[in-house]
Design a protein around this ligand. Structure first.
Ligand code: SDX
Length: 431
């Protein structure tokens, strides 16, 4: 295997080092390309460019492989839960009993939102997009915990464990608080119960009648959040790293990640999938007409929940969620017509050359909304659920940036394609 890449430019020969990851991934190290050759590499959207070396998540898009710190997602989905997987993603090892208890205790100690922060919510219109409210409130954490958000890597790393637990726990509680506010319901304080059960009781309890989730619902939510915990250098995670590379604190960087996730091509897809399924249902289509339109190639007719920038095979999370869908709806005795439509779409697409030739398969968002509907989570909260699940991955990536002694601020270059040099034209001489 080559240890160097040979490059010939303008009659000069260059040798660029090759980097290889622990799973055999190969990269040409172009860090000196511009200094040595005067050329930059150009890769719109960075689809073929590595921005960092990371030890958190390994993806093999061609073979549908996803591992967190070496553990296959299938095994974590079967044996772990969100809290344990969050610890693994952040700290790199499965926690022992003491570590797991300490982490859980920190999450519970910091679950509540203080009244002054609750008051911020009153400043938003009730029908404001939940992700806009969440990103604003998470950014506000830097104002409420300035000692954890000094914008100094060394100081903020010293307080990392506390800041990380506050971030994960508060993002979950803020999500429930936003739901309550949007529905004209009072804030429900957290209880001394497990993470996901606490979220559900803060969403659905009334002030005096406690909501206690069934074991099936609690398990389904743990699995759903766990499956979203991290996913390599996706759009929102790269955004967290980009913002964190300026030495911005954890809360500020997470707020930027939430903004990136809100886009329909990224985390907003789970909402778009259910809206797509609902419109197919309302038009009494079994999906056949929609599939035909989705092959038009227009971005507005896309089969949402299908396709992926990395997976050119099944997204392993989609397979796990599809099975969990059947289990949860069966156990809850729910017959959701949207699930039948989703299955029709999947079966039709997986036999259609348009999708097969473009390697378009179901991704994590294709079935996740069906489970959230079954749990009672409204469509406009689906992407917020994705943010709760992704918070450990964002936090782990921020920490890699902050702790990297050789780290630099992220500052990509460009190819300028605007007007060449020209002189100022006084107003009187303009057309
Ligand atoms: C997530 O990066 C991550 O890891 C993200 C994520 C995570 O965990 O963080 O996995 C979460 O964001 C999952 C993706 C959710 N988004 C959607 O489901 C939206 C629908 N999917 C597409 O918009 C699209 O597939 C993307 C954005 C996901 C990926 O886009 P690519 O890889 O840049 O593909 P592309 O836009 O270049 O399209 C390639 C071809 C085009 O056709 P041609 O021009 O070759 O004729 O495939 C077509 C596209 O028109 N195409 C689709 C399609 N997706 C791509 N056609 C119909 N339906 C689709 N869904």
């Amino acid at each position: 295997m080559s240890t160097n890449a040979q490059l010939r430019l303008d009659d000069k020969d260059y040798s660029l080092p090759v980097i290889r990851g622990t799973e055999g991934e190969k990269a040409i190290d172009t860090r000196k390309l511009r200094a040595d050759t005067g050329y930059i590499a150009y890769d719109q959207g960075y689809g073929n460019t590595g921005s960092c070396e990371s030890a958190i998540t390994y993806l093999d898009g061609d073979n549908g492989v996803l591992r967190h710190r070496g553990y296959p997602i299938e095994q974590l989905a079967e044996h772990s839960n969100f809290g344990e997987t969050a610890y693994l993603v952040i700290y790199g090892e499965l926690p022992n009993a003491t570590q797991r208890k300490q982490f859980g205790d920190l999450l519970r100690q910091h679950a509540a939102i203080d009244p002054q922060m609750q008051a911020i919510l009153q400043g938003f219109p009730k029908d404001a997009p939940p992700m806009a409210m969440l990103s604003s409130l998470v950014a506000a954490l830097a104002a409420y915990y300035p000692q954890l958000a000094t914008n100094n890597f060394e100081a903020d790393l010293k307080n990392f464990d506390l800041a990380a637990a506050i971030a994960i726990s508060k993002i979950r509680t803020l999500a429930a608080m936003i739901y309550r506010y949007q529905n004209g319901l009072p804030y429900i304080p957290p209880k001394d119960v497990p993470f996901c059960d606490n979220f559900l009781q803060m969403m659905f309890s009334e002030l005096y009648k406690d909501y206690v989730p069934t074991a099936e619902v609690s398990r389904a939510l743990n699995t759903l959040l766990l499956l979203h915990a991290d996913h390599e250098q996706n759009c929102s995670t790269s955004t967290v790293r980009m913002v964190g590379s300026s030495a911005a604190n954890l809360f500020t960087s997470l707020s930027a990640g939430i903004c990136a996730l809100s886009g329909p091509l990224h985390g907003g897809a789970n909402t778009a999938v259910v809206q797509m399924l609902q419109s197919i249902h309302d038009e009494h289509d079994d999906g056949t007409r929609f599939i035909a339109a989705a092959k038009s190639g227009s971005k507005s007719n896309r089969l949402m929940g299908f396709g992926h920038a990395v997976y050119k095979n099944f997204d392993p999370r989609a397979k796990i969620i599809a099975k969990a869908c059947d289990d949860v709806l069966d156990k809850l005795g729910i017959n959701d017509p949207l699930l039948a439509i989703a299955k029709n779409l999947e079966q039709a697409a997986l036999k259609d050359d348009y999708f097969l030739s473009r390697k378009l398969y179901p991704n994590v968002d294709f079935y996740s909304g069906i489970i959230m509907r079954a749990i009672g989570i409204p469509v406009n909260m689906f992407t917020v659920m994705f943010a709760i699940g992704r918070s450990p991955g964002w936090i782990a990536n921020w920490r890699e940036v902050a702790a990297n002694p050789k780290g630099r601020i992220y500052r990509p270059r460009q190819i300028y394609c605007g007007p060449v040099k020209r002189d100022y034209v006084p107003m009187a001489q303009r057309a």
